[in-house]
Write a protein that binds this ligand. Structure first.
Ligand SMILES: *Cc1c(COP(=O)(O)O)cnc(C)c1O
Length: 463
């Protein structure tokens, strides 16, 4: 089968996630056929630097034989057995122990799921169950954030703060509220009230959380849920003032902290967990993605002692679980993935070498005429596109971000767009030389985007 054959069958039968089916059908999909290291290859023979690590997950890069071998060996030994009904198997037990070893000291239990969305569903049920067991069944509200992402199941969608998702297939799960996000460039510099001091803006976001708690009644609020750095929202790194101020608010009222580590966990920010980078000490941490470097699907919830002890001692049966909770092959691959990260000092390299190197090279892009801000933390980064004529954001109708993303693909780089924010999250095994290539290609793409956006105006003036 050639590219056109695949595109025809794809158009005829395949509904893609987060996709305008009709528009894609008219354009045709790009068919990815193989990959190695930080590069993917398509069916037309293009080799493309994958600066998104798939979907924020292929942290050890493509083509790791050790992970393939771990899956193969486990599939031969025991391809499937469940963890229901008083049974388990060695990979699930060993992975649980390894995760709790890596997690902060107050976290000693894990509940496995098949994905990050299921992890957030699980977390929601655990949090409400916890408070019911504590004699406070009215404590049900979860406060999350606008433009946060927590998955695509009904609970994941409801917890997330993506308005277009809420508008489809609702109504969302009840008793979930959203507060403003600590997105300084979007809402502190260019939002209402404009050009605020970033640290004052960070504190104002924490004040908004406190106001929401008081509005709902502190006795009704079960938990606050947030990503350490928002991923899908646009690689949004909060101002330094934000997390300490949020922690102070949560400490004032008796409210659990849930930190969604699905992207930030497993080395992305230069620590094993984003919570460690920001010193958050969360009560629960949903995990997935980088847990297995995406080789097989697996997620979970790391549960701190406060909640776990109550669920264990007082909870009786917890009526919740998935057929693939702790699937043996997925668990074996995740375990091997973590062992390789350990053995190769991946987390330390991101913190001490690759993260600072990317920060230096990425910041150079801030001098480009269409870049209003270049930010990064660990191996996650963003560029905010602005109109060089006005110094303001581009007219949304121009679709500058999507244009830049498409140009990147043509130039051999996967860089994603969220509105007019360009984001990267490359495999953690990327080399300095590959970071140089990434930055060179990103600059070329910015040049081409600027040229393209100027094109129509130039033609008009000629006419
Ligand atoms: C991707 C993501 C999820 C959902 O994970 P799935 O495996 O796609 O269900 C949840 N939270 C965050 C922060 C994510 O980035």
């Amino acid at each position: 089968m050639n590219t056109r054959d695949y595109q025809a069958l794809d158009r005829a039968h395949h509904l893609h996630p987060f996709t305008d089916f009709k528009a894609l059908g008219e354009e045709g999909s790009r068919i990815i056929t193989r990959a190695e290291g930080v590069y993917i290859h398509d069916s037309e023979g293009h080799r493309i630097l994958d600066a998104m690590a798939g979907l924020w997950c292929v942290n050890l890069g493509y083509g790791r034989q050790e992970l393939v071998d771990a899956a193969t060996a486990q599939l031969q030994q025991l391809p499937y057995y469940n963890n229901f009904f008083k049974t388990t198997h060695p990979p699930a037990v060993r992975l649980a122990a390894k995760l709790c070893d890596l997690a902060p000291a107050h976290i000693n239990h894990v509940f496995f799921t098949g994905s990050g969305s299921e992890a957030n569903d699980t977390m929601l049920r655990m949090v409400r169950r916890y408070w019911a067991l504590k004699g406070q069944p009215q404590k049900q509200w979860i406060i999350a954030r606008e433009n946060g992402y927590h998955g695509s199941t009904l609970a994941g969608m409801s917890l997330g703060g993506m308005a277009p998702m809420h508008d489809q297939g609702g109504p969302p799960v009840p008793k979930i509220a959203h507060v403003r996000q600590p997105y300084w460039f979007g809402e502190g510099r260019f939002g209402e009230g404009g050009d605020q001091d970033p640290e004052a803006f960070g504190r104002a976001c924490a004040e908004a959380l406190e106001a929401q708690i008081l509005e709902l009644g502190e006795q009704n609020v079960a938990a606050f849920l947030a990503e350490p750095v928002q991923g899908a929202g646009g690689a949004i790194i909060p101002p330094a003032s934000y997390w300490p101020a949020v922690k102070a608010v949560l400490a004032k009222y008796d409210i659990l902290l849930v930190v969604d580590e699905v992207i930030c966990g497993f080395g992305r920010l230069g620590e094993w967990f984003g919570s460690v980078h920001y010193d958050l000490k969360p009560d629960l941490m949903p995990i997935a993605k980088g847990l297995s470097s995406g080789y097989l699907p697996i997620g979970g919830v790391l549960v701190g002692d406060r909640v776990a002890d109550t669920l264990i001692e007082e909870g009786g049966e917890f009526f919740h679980g998935f057929t693939y909770s702790g699937h043996p092959a997925c668990a074996a691959v995740a375990l091997k993935n973590l062992e390789l990260m350990d053995a190769e000092d991946i987390v330390e390299r991101v913190r001490d070498d690759l993260g600072p190197y990317l920060a230096r090279r990425w910041a150079e892009l801030a001098d480009h005429p269409i870049v209003g801000e270049a930010r990064s933390l660990g191996l996650m980064g963003a560029l905010e596109l602005i109109d060089p004529e006005t110094g303001e954001r581009f007219d949304k109708a121009l679709g500058a971000g999507n244009l830049c993303r498409d140009i990147c693909f043509e130039l051999g780089l996967v860089m994603r767009s969220v509105g007019d924010t360009m984001i990267i999250s490359p495999p953690l095994v990327i080399t300095r030389g590959e970071i140089d290539e990434l930055v060179t290609k990103a600059r070329a793409a910015l040049d081409a985007t600027l040229a393209d956006l100027r094109q129509p105006a130039a033609e008009e003036s000629i006419a």
